[in-house]
Design a protein around this ligand. Structure first.
Ligand code: B12
Ligand code: SF4
Ligand code: SF4
Length: 411
């Protein structure tokens, strides 16, 4: 029989960790909020995120005519974090969701299998053709609003959906269908008076509870932004080279989840990674475990010499491919400038000759931050042959940064 119970059991058998159901009614509050955020410039930098898009994404029946129910799914990506090698090499930090395989590639085929199963069961049992639409992240669906209404989790003030068992360390996905199903209730949980994440954000990208100022968010700057990173934000980005987990790492709900997994809140492994779920042992999804070629904290200097082909090969099944080679190398330059280790100077001088102006400009910035005779001579030399106007501007800025830091050091 096709019941809520059998549907949920099938979702678990496919590897989803949590499954809830909500109606396919519209999401008027999410629509109002999204339009307000767009009008206030908080979604700037994402040109595809338009008010018209919200008109569709907040109306499930615009996505699937006669939609009745939404099956809201979550897949947990908490895994063991490898120890950071203590070899003195400058290292960057990759956000947890990108340590392993690209979640779109992992979740999409399971959604397709789920939909095929639902359709087959409906055909066999009631002789009806069931309609379904599948969404994971990229689709026109408000993933978090669905999860909240389905009782899968609640909105954290950092805007991520928090769950009792896993914190916010889970991906969200949905199946919209014309099959009528009894909905689950939203949870009553909330963040209470906690505001830890708002204060922890290094770029002040959480100006108010439940609001992300996208153009300031390091996740946006390192993944979505195609051009130059604003000068004033670069020093605040530390060694983050792909995504940002700071507002999640500091969250007490997440710390509890990490402890349950056998991780110390700082990410250090203390025991075998097992967690109890519905009385069974949960093993972290192997697909999300750090891949040797990607890892969680790669050495930065070798990344600067990656060719386009090597980049494609190294990050083939990883979410990092989204940043493209030029975006990743841009981020690596910023991280090296922030770490300030002079052993990066020769590689950064090499990057002044990169084929991408974006990389050359950010390499110049990093050299200005690190300073020293070798870096400054290279910047002066580059000034003489660099033809790109923006890179020229970066070099002049870098030389000014170096000069002003000398004044600061001598006074
Ligand atoms: C655009 C986008 C981004 C943008 C903009 C972020 C943003 N907050 O909108 C950028 C690139 C910055 C980004 C970053 C990240 N993202 Co993103 N992103 C999306 C995407 C595609 C759309 C999000 C959206 O609709 N934003 C519009 C705004 C207005 O919505 P919102 O911020 O969720 O706002 C809601 C709440 O704030 C709430 N709300 C507002 N006011 C109030 C008041 C009260 C009292 C309450 C209770 C609620 C409430 O209602 C709003 C509308 O639903 C979704 C996938 C999807 N299709 O939905 C993934 C998604 C949200 N991202 C995800 C992830 C994992 C991340 C990162 C953690 C990645 C990383 N490690 O770097 C960061 C987290 C940054 C952050 N603090 O949010 C996951 C989140 C999973 C989860 N557990 O919640 C999603 C759902 C992808 C997925 N399918 O798993 N992301
Ligand atoms: S992901 Fe990082 S930059 Fe973005 S809001 Fe959270 S802490 Fe701030
Ligand atoms: S840190 Fe506090 S305010 Fe922020 S999401 Fe977690 S519980 Fe909510």
């Amino acid at each position: 029989m096709l019941t809520v119970q059998t549907i949920k059991e099938y979702a678990y058998s496919l590897g989803f960790d949590t499954v809830h159901i909500t109606t396919a009614q519209e999401f008027p509050e999410a629509k109002r909020i999204i339009k307000d955020r767009i009008a206030r410039g908080l979604m700037d930098g994402l040109p595809w995120f338009t008010a018209e898009r919200a008109d569709v994404s907040c109306h499930p029946d615009a996505l699937l005519p006669d939609a009745c129910s939404i099956i809201a799914l979550g897949m947990v990506y908490l895994t063991e974090q490898p120890d950071m090698p203590e070899d003195g090499a400058p290292r960057g930090k990759i956000s947890r969701y990108a340590w392993g395989d690209d979640y779109h590639d992992i979740i999409k085929p399971r959604l397709q299998q789920f939909a095929a199963w639902l359709q087959e069961r409906a055909r066999d049992e009631v002789g009806e053709e069931l309609a379904t639409r599948l969404f994971v992240d990229t689709g026109r669906m408000v993933d978090r609003a669905v999860a909240q209404r389905a009782g899968l989790g609640w909105y954290g003030k950092n805007t991520n959906i928090l769950t009792k068992g896993w914190g916010s360390w889970l991906f969200l996905a949905e199946i919209v269908t014309n099959l009528p199903l009894p909905p689950d209730e939203p949870l009553k949980a909330n963040c209470g008076s906690c505001e830890i994440c708002l204060h922890a954000c290094p770029t002040k990208a959480l100006p108010n509870p439940y609001e992300v100022d996208t153009p300031r968010c390091i996740s946006f700057l390192t993944i979505e932004l195609r051009g130059s990173i604003p000068l004033e934000l670069r020093p605040l980005m530390g060694n983050l080279i792909f995504g940002c987990d700071i507002c999640q790492e500091v969250c007490p709900v997440n710390k509890v989840a990490e402890r349950r997994l056998g991780l110390r809140p700082q990410g250090e492994l203390i025991a075998s990674a097992q967690i109890l779920r519905r009385g069974k042992e949960f093993h972290p999804h192997p697909e999300f475990q750090p891949r040797p070629a990607v890892g969680s904290c790669p050495e930065l200097i070798p990344l600067l010499s990656l060719t386009e082909e090597q980049f494609r090969e190294r990050f083939r099944r990883s979410p990092i491919k989204r940043a493209k080679r030029r975006g990743l190398l841009r981020n690596v330059c910023v991280a090296l400038g922030n770490i300030g280790d002079p052993q990066a100077v020769p590689a950064l001088i090499g990057a002044l000759h990169d084929e991408e102006a974006l990389v050359r400009g950010h390499a110049a910035w990093a050299l200005g931050r690190i300073g020293g005779e070798e870096a400054i001579n290279a910047l002066h030399e580059a000034c003489a042959w660099e033809e790109d106007a923006e890179v020229q501007q970066e070099i002049r800025c870098a030389l000014a940064i170096e000069a002003s830091s000398k004044v600061c050091k001598s006074s």
